[in-house]
Write a protein that binds this ligand. Structure first.
Ligand code: SAH
Ligand code: SF4
Ligand code: F3S
Length: 576
């Protein structure tokens, strides 16, 4: 088979980013080559998200472009992976026949076979350029995925676990990730069934990976140079593995279905009795893989946080004091309609408890909390909305994602609750909360000024990447600057520029006046972008005589003093 070039674009959450990394690893091992532009690829893959309609629209517009290209170049293979493939199923192909491959997030281990099938069939059909035949090529690729979707969950999970276990670990960091930083999945799926949410349908039932697999994966990553691990799960703190109930197939312990258990809100009474709780898992990774300097986890569910977890975080210095724990609303009526399973009072009690355990700014260990809110959920009155604004004031998030409710077919809310908040009201409430959160974020940021703390250096700041790209000596993919070539495997060391810390593409808008390179090429410093263990972005200026150190700092933890707080980031200076 000639080398195939693949363009893979990822939408959605960190879970999807990890999936894309695993898919890319699999395909690379089979000889596929990855390219950065769809036009340069003969295989175009989208790893998609269905959580809001807007996320799906982005993919529809990409597919529209692919359709035009395919009219000119019929050999191109287009695949839709992930949650949107799972949710829209064959309707997606009916609406957009340009799609050759459909592969849900629970089927990704099948992707190489599907792709091989599609590529081969297309190759043979291209020879006789038979339009009818081209249609059947699409169906061949699709057949595998649809039969897999109706397969049993248990069988699906076995092979998916193998996909995680066979992860190709590279010291340069993951797909689109940062050097020294990696995601590790600990649970798949979700059992919560919040009434607005598609995830339990697209990702399936909650299963927990065996703790030995997780610890081994962390160790492998650490051996390859990773020093920051982010554990992933939709309700990550709900992790729990009962060893007595473990099932082994072909010598491999299988992931275990999540089940309801008593305990939850306070300490877990089962601790130390043949069960690995989330607290145990954190402590194990911390103690058994000391090379991991930063252990983080997302996303937490407010109800399952026992004191045991908070205690473990406090007692283990390399566990980050960062909680992303969405409230969704500040109104009990809305929380009930959302089926969130907690009250505002319980949520706030948890935050107070977490701060009492973990907020220690005096030793450079503040607790940073991030949230998610949905505005305009069915039935949201002005009073409900005001209650949410009050919750934001009380919660004092370092940042908060605010989403306008998007009805998703197949969910309880879509079927039972009319989408009765007008779009204009949703928009207004969204903007009001954004403005409120902006003020709170600025206040939280200001509390960091003067603090000395550890930061994880991710790469050049976005400003620096823009500068370097425009500099007269910038060449090819590389970004030569102040005598330092700051690239990894041809990828510039740009850092994401969101307060959330989620890696995002580094767009390069035109330089503003003050950023434009000056005609005199006197050596000057560089600015790197780093993150506190609470996920706040810190920009650090390295003076000209220390600029050469930038390369060696990337992917490392450094001590820093915060000197200033700006709109979207903090400013700091290195202490060593
Ligand atoms: N498992 C995580 C969140 C996963 S989805 C948790 O429960 O915390 C990420 C966020 O998208 C959610 O927290 C919610 O705020 C938002 N979201 C999910 N479904 C949505 C919908 N239908 N409309 C608007 N926002 C939604
Ligand atoms: Fe969706 Fe709720 Fe599960 Fe989060 S906990 S993934 S919001 S169903
Ligand atoms: Fe989106 Fe699926 Fe993640 S719907 S948020 S990609 S789990």
């Amino acid at each position: 088979m000639p080398a195939r070039s693949v363009y893979l674009e990822t939408f959605g959450c960190q879970m999807n980013e990890l999936d894309s990394e695993l898919v890319a690893g699999q395909l690379r091992a089979l000889g596929y080559r990855f390219v950065g532009e769809p036009d340069a690829a003969d295989v175009i893959l989208y790893n998609t998200c269905s959580v809001r309609e807007h996320a799906e629209q982005k993919v529809w517009s990409r597919l529209g472009l692919d359709r035009l290209r395919k009219e000119r170049e019929p050999h191109v293979v287009v695949g839709v992976l992930g949650c949107m493939a799972e949710r829209d199923g064959e309707d997606l192909i009916r609406r957009m026949p340009v799609v050759d491959i459909l592969c849900g997030p629970g089927e990704l281990d099948k992707l190489p076979a599907l792709l091989d099938n599609a590529v081969r069939t297309r190759d043979s059909l291209q020879a006789d350029a038979d339009a009818e035949g081209a249609k059947s090529a699409r169906q061949v690729a699709l057949q595998g995925s649809t039969s897999r979707r109706s397969g049993t969950l248990a069988a699906a999970q076995d092979t998916l676990e193998m996909l995680d276990l066979s992860r190709a670990v590279s010291p340069a960091g993951g797909e689109g990730g940062h050097r020294g930083s990696a995601y590790v999945r600990i649970t798949r799926g979700c059992n919560k069934f919040c009434t607005y949410c598609v995830v339990p349908f697209t990702r399936g039932a909650e299963v927990h990976r065996p703790p030995d697999h997780i610890v081994d994966e962390c160790r492998k990553l650490a051996d390859a140079g990773v020093i920051e691990v982010t554990l992933l799960g939709q309700t990550v703190n709900h992790y729990r593995f009962e060893h007595g109930a473990a099932v082994t197939v072909n010598g491999i312990v299988q992931p275990q279905k999540g089940r309801a258990y008593a305990g939850g809100h306070r300490a877990d009474p089962y601790r130390g009795t043949g069960v690995t709780t989330f607290a145990d898992l954190l402590a194990r990774i911390h103690d058994e893989v000391p090379a991991i300097r930063r252990l983080r986890f997302v996303t937490s569910y407010p109800r399952d946080f026992g004191d045991d977890v908070l205690q473990v975080i406090r007692d283990h210095p390399r566990i980050c004091r960062y909680l992303h724990v969405p409230a969704q609303s500040g109104s009990n009526a809305q929380l009930k309609a959302m089926n969130r399973g907690y009250t505002v009072e319980e949520y706030l009690e948890f935050l107070d408890r977490a701060r009492a355990f973990l907020h220690q700014p005096e030793i450079g260990r503040p607790l940073a909390v991030a949230g998610d809110i949905i505005v305009g959920f069915p039935g949201e009155s002005d009073a409900d909305f005001l209650a949410t604004a009050r919750l934001l004031e009380r919660a004092r998030y370092k940042n908060c994602f605010i989403f306008k409710y998007s009805p998703r077919p197949g969910t309880v809310a879509y079927d039972k609750l009319p989408d009765d908040v007008p779009e204009a009201v949703k928009r207004r409430r969204n903007n009001e909360l954004l403005a409120l959160q902006q003020r709170i974020s600025a206040e939280v940021g200001a509390e960091y000024v003067g603090m000395e703390l550890d930061v994880f250096v991710e790469g050049l700041s976005r400003r620096e990447v823009k500068r370097a790209a425009r500099a007269p000596h910038a060449r090819g993919n590389g970004h030569a600057h102040a005598g330092v070539a700051l690239t990894i495997g041809g990828r510039p060391l740009g850092a994401p520029e969101t307060l959330h810390g989620t890696p995002s593409a580094c767009a390069m808008p035109p330089l503003s006046e003050d950023e434009a390179p000056r005609p005199d090429a006197a050596p000057r410093g560089v600015q790197v972008s780093a993150r506190t263990d609470g996920d706040l972005i810190v920009h650090v200026d390295l003076p000209a005589d220390r600029a050469a150190r930038a390369e060696s700092l990337v992917g490392r933890v450094a001590r820093c003093r915060i000197t200033e707080s700006r709109q979207l980031s903090l400013v700091g200076e290195l202490l060593d």
